[in-house]
Design a protein around this ligand. Sequence first.
Ligand SMILES: Cc1ncc(COP(=O)(O)O)c(C=O)c1O
Length: 390
Amino acid sequence: MSASVSSKLVYLDENATATPDPEVMKAVFEWQSTWPANASSVHSLGRRARGAIEQSRRQVAQALGVNSRHLTFTSGATEALHTLIAGLLKPKDHVIVSAVEHPAVWGALSKLDVEIEIIAVNEQGQVDPQDFRKAKKSNTCLAIMMAAQNEIGTIYPIKEIATALGNTPLLVDAVQAFGKLSLKLEETGASYAVISGHKVGAPQGVGAIWSKGGQSFSPLLKGGAQERGRRAGTENVSAIVGLGFAASRMEQRLKKQIDLVQLREKFRQNIQDLFPNEFSIVGDFSTETSWEETILNPSWLRHGQLPNTLSLLALQGEGDLLLQQLDLAGFCLSAGSACSSGALEPSPVLQALGLSAKQASRGLRLSMGIQTSDEDLRALIRQLTLMYKS
Ligand SMILES: Cc1ncc(COP(=O)(O)O)c(C=O)c1O
């Protein structure tokens, strides 16, 4: 292993957890350190906490283009997905699910006695919306499709899928799209969506469910009457404050995504020019739409790739070893989704794209954040040069 060319840590694992937004964290610490009372208490401090939660709800609602009364706070997207999946499906129901969903979806489904129909993807990880229509049966009660893929960055045509599904409700995992694309959920035709705070600079351990028209679902956590009976448990007020504050800064975040595209494209070109025998790029996401339009005004009819994400395949050696070597040199990247990178199994998402298990075990995900600089990516190129060319 060659020496490192980087004297600082270069963090390129934003799809796992985004770099905390310092302004957001300031608000979180301030709240946490000034008597965070229980929001269910009726005294003044409790009412102050309740007020903070409701303000966050309005901020999140504004960022998502929805009514704040239709939002339920949770401990994150995994809980949100489990809540909706368990709360909307009955035994023997038929559910349509894309092949590239997050493990949280598969985990929630595995606990139920339901009939699962999987929608295949092409080599870009893209689905055909009409496959959702064709998969419908008389007992289809739900379809599940993410808005953007966490490992490869594919953006999905949610509106077309919702249209193809007709009256079958669509649950959208919007975790990776939130903060990277303008999300106006009411316009998508979806019925439910979930988001997570730690992908947008807010703390870990907070997320939310949106249900169209405030449609009810039975709660996963039963107990107190918090969140209007939809999610029992004392609210994590400071984390909710963080999510709200991060949501209120969404416009700046989205504008920075446009700059990331240029960095990412330059890096992609460098990889193709300098390492044609060492790496290949997963997917060809060229679209006719401008990136600015894709990010700031997604019609949800277009395809494309998240502005910050690039998925590579190492053509030689072991993927895990490469990650470790980069880690030792100060570069934080991921093999695929963070949840599976501790394990040695090849990425199921890359396999769903048609790659062999061997190829899928050599996946490398770069996901940039709003603080990623050209110098960070140049340092990575220098590091790879040191590792492969010296
Ligand atoms: C697409 C997607 N869905 C769901 C989750 C789970 O979110 P959380 O960490 O809030 O439970 C993640 C997190 O990696 C994700 O990327």
